[in-house]
Structures are given as structure tokens and as C-alpha cells.
Ligand binder design. Structure first.
Ligand code: PLP
Length: 377
């Protein structure tokens, strides 16, 4: 089995000449490139396809084990493009009740008025028979979006079992692979039909761009995605495309360190007296661990924990030299977000920590010292 860093480096190998310059993405239109070949094979207009996208898409497809990937302007675009491409009026669309909150808002505000039957299911509902009942009622053509590990709860959906349920019911299974990345889990190999993801997080990893992608296991799904992207115009700019491609080459190294740090931090948090509860799918004691261990190669950069109060969270972030307060995650810096601020149904002192690539021992020392100061306060 080729290692993750080798996969990343191989995935971004350019086919062109060494040192190819940034393709600023001319709006491929007459008079530049329209030749006598009128078959539509050539790059005619950058919103349909362009060389920069193709390099990034081929790298992402290779990492996800997909037949094809399509890049878009953000993770939310990936989700909304895929839902619009694959769901039709009248069908049931299942979205995570306890996943990324803006997806629920989109489904309720935009898909429901289009005549789709929007159902919100929690991770627990996927495994306890609720999803089966919803799919039985829904009939053919339902679209199910699973998010695992979920953000922010870090609960895991059993993807093999869910894929089987969906296949039997004639439903399409989409998996949001943002928190795990293809270096942590390969949903298509586990039976999913489509991966949607934000590349804004660990894949690009420097907290300096937004991008998203959709990857599919069946060539028959590609045309609908292409039409949706072309017509909705939800495109990734040339600079972000170039930057994301350049960043992917180091994703294996960065993600490896983030996951090592996250496990070490989760263990330390579990023993610290200021901490009430810790969640990390990589901890043997975590309720997510059995499913995570059966389907993930690595458990990701996110750890959550609970401090007694909201002020304790602010004290902790201020005291920690290596922790940056931020709501995104997956970057090279360790970041912390008090999720109750966004209305997530979690305790006031609930922290979602995204472990960066600092040296493990330094990060542990810094976090321990900051937590000690919270306890003394
Ligand atoms: C699980 C998940 N999916 C999708 C998104 C949306 O990604 P983006 O911010 O790139 O639109 C996020 C953002 O945090 C996320 O956490």
C-alpha cells in the first residue's frame, strides 16, 4: 500500500512541462482557441472546463479513488451542486440533523420549496432503523447525505451499512468527507456513490482559500454535475485552483501530523481535571471508535472537549500560545471554536479544537499549561 504522502505527491504530478506557470485562466473564447474542430472537445470557455481545474480534479479523483471529480468554489457549493444535480422535485432528501448547520438551512430554505421532501436525520438515526423506515416510505430516487465524522459532534455513520441500505432502496448515497479527508477515509470504496467535501480545511490546509469538490464512483453521474456547475456558474477561480493544487502535495505530511497531534491531545485532555468530556474517534474509549476503526485509516484533526463555562473557554484560548481562535479548521495552526456561539446544541463550554502541525510535545505542553490556568482561575 502506497503511503499517504506518496499518494499526495504522485496525485499532483503535472503532465505538462516542469515548472508550468500559473494558468490565470483566460476566458477561453474566440478569438483565442476556437479552431476548426467543432466537437466541443477543446477548452472553449473557462466555466465549462479548463486545464487548471483538470489538474486539480485528476489529483482529487486519484486521492478519493473516484472515476471523476469536479471542483467548485467552496464546500457549500459542492454540497448544493450535488444536491441540485441528483435530487428532483418530489424525492426525499435526507440531510444530517447534527452535521454542518448551513446544509440544513439550505435544504429547508431552497430544496423544500422546490418540492423535495427534506428529512433531517441524526447520526444515531442512520443506525437505529429510522433511515431504513424513511427510505421505505420514500421510494426510488431518494438522496441521502451522510456526514462522518460529524461536525461538531464527531459521531460516525457506518458507511458500509448505510451504502447497503441505500442501494437496496434505490437511493443515492452522498458522503461529506470534509472532516476525514480522503487521507482518513475513502467513502466510495465503502460503497457511497458520491463524495462532497470542503477542500478549504485539511486538504488545502493553510487557511488561505475556499474550495470544494464532488467526486463520483460512476461515470454516468458526471454529466449531471457538469451541467449543474456550468449553469449555476459556481466556479473556482484560477488562483485558488493553482493554490489548492500546489497545497495538495503536502497534504499527507500535514494530515499525518495533525492526526498524531489530535490523538495525543485527546489523551491528555481525558486526564486533565479541568476537562469534563472529550470526544475523538481515535480514542479506544470513544463511542465512535468501533465504526471509525472499521472504516477510517486516520481519525482526523478535530477533537472536542467541554470546559465548565464559556469564560473558561475564553481564558483557555487566551492562555494558550499555540491556539488561534477561529471557526474554520484543518489548517497548520491549532485553532479553537466555542461552538455554542454559532447556535450548535452543545454546552456553553464546548470547544472544537483543530490540531495543527506543531511539534506534538510543544502542543501538549502549551495546552496543558493553558488548562492549568483555567483550573486555577
Ligand atoms: C462538514 C462540513 N461540510 C461543509 C462545509 C462547508 O465548507 P466551505 O466553508 O468550504 O463552504 C464545512 C465548513 O465548515 C464543514 O465543516
Amino acid at each position: 500500500m502506497t503511503g499517504d504522502s506518496t499518494r499526495c505527491v504522485k496525485a499532483v504530478a503535472y503532465e505538462g512541462s516542469p515548472g508550468s506557470p500559473l494558468q490565470q485562466g483566460p476566458v477561453f473564447a474566440a478569438p483565442y482557441l476556437l479552431g476548426e474542430d467543432e466537437t466541443g472537445e477543446a477548452d472553449t470557455y473557462a466555466r465549462a472546463s479548463n486545464p487548471g481545474w483538470r489538474a486539480l480534479e485528476s489529483a482529487l479523483a486519484s486521492l478519493e479513488g473516484a472515476v471523476a471529480a469536479r471542483v467548485v468554489g467552496s464546500g457549500m457549493s459542492a454540497i448544493t451542486v450535488a444536491l441540485r444535480a441528483f435530487a428532483r422535485p418530489g424525492v426525499t432528501v435526507v440531510v444530517p440533523a447534527d452535521g454542518y448547520y448551513q446544509v440544513r438551512a439550505y435544504a429547508q430554505e431552497y430544496l423544500a420549496p422546490l418540492g423535495m421532501v427534506v428529512r433531517e436525520l441524526s447520526v444515531a438515526d442512520f443506525g437505529d432503523g429510522t433511515l431504513r423506515a424513511v427510505l421505505e416510505q420514500a421510494g426510488e430516487g431518494a438522496v441521502v447525505l451522510a456526514e462522518t465524522p460529524s461536525n461538531p459532534g464527531l459521531d460516525t455513520v457506518d458507511l458500509r451499512a448505510t451504502a447497503e441500505l441505500c442501494r437496496a432502496a434505490g437511493a443515492l448515497l452522498l458522503v461529506d468527507n470534509t472532516t476525514a479527508t480522503p487521507l482518513g477515509q475513502l467513502p466510495l470504496a465503502l460503497g457511497a456513490d458520491v463524495v462532497v467535501a470542503s477542500g478549504t480545511k485539511s486538504l488545502s490546509g493553510h487557511s488561505d482559500l475556499l474550495f470544494g469538490y464532488v467526486a463520483v464512483s460512476d461515470p454516468a453521474l458526471v454529466a449531471r454535475l457538469d451541467r449543474e456547475r456550468l449553469h449555476s456558474g459556481t466556479v473556482l477561480g484560477p488562483f485558488e485552483t493553482w493554490l489548492a493544487h500546489r497545497s495538495l502535495g503536502t497534504a499527507g505530511l500535514r494530515f499525518g501530523r495533525q492526526c498524531t497531534n489530535a490523538l495525543a491531545v485527546a489523551r491528555m485532555l481525558g486526564e486533565h481535571p479541568a476537562v469534563a468530556a472529550v470526544r475523538y474517534p481515535g480514542l479506544e474509549s470513544d463511542p465512535s471508535h468501533p465504526v471509525a476503526a472499521a472504516q477510517m485509516q486516520r481519525f482526523g484533526p478535530l477533537v472536542t472537549f467541554v470546559l465548565p463555562t464559556r469564560d473558561d473557554v475564553h481564558r483557555f484560548v487566551k492562555a494558550a500560545e499555540l491556539v488561534v481562535p477561529a471557526t474554520s479548521f484543518g489548517g497548520i495552526h491549532t485553532t479553537a471554536d466555542r461552538r455554542a456561539r454559532w447556535g450548535d446544541p452543545v454546552p456553553e463550554g464546548f470547544v472544537r479544537l483543530s490540531c495543527g502541525i506543531e511539534d506534538t510535545i510543544d502542543l501538549l505542553d502549551d495546552l496543558r499549561t493553558a488548562l492549568d490556568s483555567v483550573r486555577r482561575a
